[in-house]
Design a protein around this ligand. Structure first.
Ligand code: MN
Length: 203
């Protein structure tokens, strides 16, 4: 028997650490709100659309497919990006520092130095207008790494590239801890980067 739609819906994988594990860079309250409220809302949003589509198809009802695609992309983008985001962080002391190994070689090959990469990445994170993400992606066509800026959850996502490293700079990601001081969050966040996980994402 094929699985029913109810059995095939999206789920929210558990965090790979405790809510308080990323403090003081990300407080327990900040992480709990981000994961339990915001990430969870995108998972629910995407599932609600699947259920709505299923119902409309079974009843052969009229639906606005353009609006549904837009709403789905937004929620699906949200659930995917957050799912990729949590594992590339680790408690301070475990994470952070400069990468080694293959990921360091890739960064050096395209950026020259880690410092140059970090400077460009911070610039992208700081210049997101409103809600967005900074990311480092792998590009198979050039066998290289590139920085990208994701607007909201779904605009400017390169179709053929693989996300290696991401930073959420939506206000919901840092406002409890840093209020409007995004730079403090963006600069402090490097102490959390789990370079082993970033490296695992390379082909
Ligand atoms: Mn977020």
């Amino acid at each position: 028997m094929p699985l029913t739609l109810g059995e095939r819906l999206y789920s929210q994988p558990p965090l790979p650490y405790d809510y308080g594990a990323l403090a003081p860079v990300i407080s327990e309250e900040q992480l709990k709100t981000h994961y339990d409220k915001h990430h969870a809302a995108y998972v629910k949003g995407a599932n609600d659309i699947l259920l709505k589509l299923d119902k409309a198809r079974r009843e052969d009802a009229e639906i606005d497919m353009k609006a549904i695609c837009k709403e789905f992309n937004f929620n699906y983008g949200g659930l995917t990006l957050h799912q990729l985001f949590w594992p590339i962080m680790a408690p301070p002391g475990t994470g952070g520092g400069k990468p080694g190994g293959k990921i360091a070689d890739y960064i050096e090959k395209d950026f020259g130095t880690f410092e140059r990469f970090k400077k460009e990445f911070i610039q992208v994170a700081m210049s997101c207008e409103g809600s967005g993400w900074a990311s480092l992606n792998y590009c198979g066509a050039t066998d290289g790494v590139q920085i990208n800026q994701v607007e909201k959850h779904n605009v400017n996502v390169p179709a053929q590239q693989k996300f290696l490293l991401l930073l959420d700079v939506w206000e919901h990601a840092y406002y409890i801890d840093y209020k409007n001081e995004r730079a403090k969050f963006v600069n402090g966040w490097w102490d959390l980067v789990n370079w082993d996980e970033v490296e695992r994402r390379l082909p």
